[in-house]
Design a protein around this ligand. Structure first.
Ligand code: 3PG
Length: 400
């Protein structure tokens, strides 16, 4: 169901679950507002239909009680700027402030509730433990719109249970994300290349397994590459390594060979003496990482190789940076992948999809605009699980 299926919303209180989980620096300044931007169209749409819009979201992983460093207040300010209309802010989620805020709403006005995860009931493991909180949330509104694509893989009160209590529909962001990601899972145009990075291979096991039967090429970078290099028998010095995944990765390399999926690993690595922008660093061959160094980016030769392997792709999914891109000496690998995707989007008319907060933040840090790519997903874990073919609880309940 979509928003149109909810009927006339004029004067009705609509709870919308957005994903406003943005990175903040130490002063509480938003360093990448992509998710806030992506949430605006649905909120604006609801307001323009005369709904009284109650936005709910989480920030970070507080421990089920109020914690000022995870307050959504800075996000309310940004949302207000982007929306071009006032956004009231409730200092709690289902308490007095929220109730007063909802009562004060007029048609077309917007209220943002404080971080959902300040309540243990939001993320509790069982539906029974989430129930009281879900009921309190539901009592604030007459209808529910699920628009936080980045959280649809979470079985949580505001994403999952709430649909039992209110007429529910998918918002425009969830709709458009699902539409694009389906093009990757159902008959992608070939060659289909997937670039995976980020720190841990253990976060990507499901997706790698699934892609070994679907993608034509799998390009691996980031911290997880060292577990691959180790599985090939190379020493990786002080680099990030998941010893317990080495055998699993060895199995992937074998399956890839059998199924004809090309796994592309970096040929060189930027290796530093420590995890710091000022550390001594050099480019070394990927199979010769010195014992006292740790790899922090793919090297220039690997960046060229990756760009070449992406050159003729018609479909690309990219999740996870190639290195510690926040530090200038280790940003080039991630930048090269971003550039390659921009090029093939323009030249090959390839469908390029960037998933995950870090990769999305990286492309913006390098000065690219979202429309240079086919799609920048707001979902990190959610887009990976979608690609794994997993059932996403937050989507499942909308279909049921
Ligand atoms: C994300 O950052 O991927 C989403 O906002 C979900 O956050 P979570 O992993 O803390 O549930």
């Amino acid at each position: 169901k979509t928003i149109a299926d909810l009927g006339d919303l004029s004067g009705r209180r609509v709870l919308v679950r957005s994903d406003l989980n943005v990175p903040l620096d130490d002063d509480g300044t938003i360093t990448d507002d992509g998710r806030v931007r992506a949430s605006v169209p649905t909120i604006a749409d609801l307001a323009s239909r005369g709904a009284r819009v109650i936005v709910m979201a989480h920030l970070g992983r507080p421990k089920g009680e109020p914690d000022p460093q995870f307050s959504l207040r800075p996000v309310a300010t940004r949302l207000e700027e982007l929306l071009g209309q006032p956004v009231a802010f409730a200092t709690d989620t289902v308490g007095e402030s929220a109730r007063a805020g909802v009562d004060a709403l007029e048609d077309g006005q917007v209220l943002l509730l404080e971080n959902l995860r300040f309540n243990a009931g939001e993320t509790a493991k069982t539906a029974a433990d989430r129930r009281a909180f879900t009921e309190q949330l539901a009592s604030l509104a007459d209808a529910y719109v699920s628009d936080g694509f980045g959280v649809v893989h979470r079985e949580q009160a505001s994403v999952f249970d709430i649909t039992e209590h209110l007429p529910s529909a998918a918002g425009g962001l969830v709709e458009s994300e699902v539409k694009v990601l389906r093009r990757l899972t159902e008959d992608p145009e070939r060659p289909y290349a997937v670039v995976l990075g980020g720190a841990k291979v253990s976060d990507k096991l499901g997706v790698i397994e699934n892609l070994l039967g679907k993608a034509d090429r799998l390009l691996i970078g980031g911290g997880m590459v060292f577990t691959f290099l180790k599985a090939q028998g190379h020493e990786v010095g002080k680099s990030l390594l998941e010893e317990d995944q080495v055998d699993v990765v060895r199995g992937y390399l074998k399956t890839a060979e059998e199924t004809g999926v090309e796994i592309v690993l970096p040929t060189d690595i930027v290796a530093a003496t420590e995890f710091s922008a000022d550390a001594d660093h050099d480019v070394v061959a990927a199979d010769e990482i010195p014992a006292d160094r740790l790899g922090l980016d793919i090297g220039p030769d690997a960046a060229r190789l990756f760009a070449e392997k992406l050159g003729d792709a018609k479909t690309v999914f990219w999740n996870g940076p190639m290195g510690a891109f926040e530090m200038e000496p280790y940003a080039a690998g991630t930048e090269a992948v971003a550039r390659a995707l921009v090029d093939i989007t323009a030249n090959n008319h390839a469908l390029t999809v960037v998933g995950g907060g870090d990769s999305a933040a990286a492309v913006r840090q390098f000065g690219h605009s979202d429309d240079e790519f086919g799609h920048i997903s707001t979902g990190g874990g959610a887009s990976l699980e979608f690609l794994e073919g997993a059932t996403l609880p937050g989507l499942q309940v909308l279909e049921d």
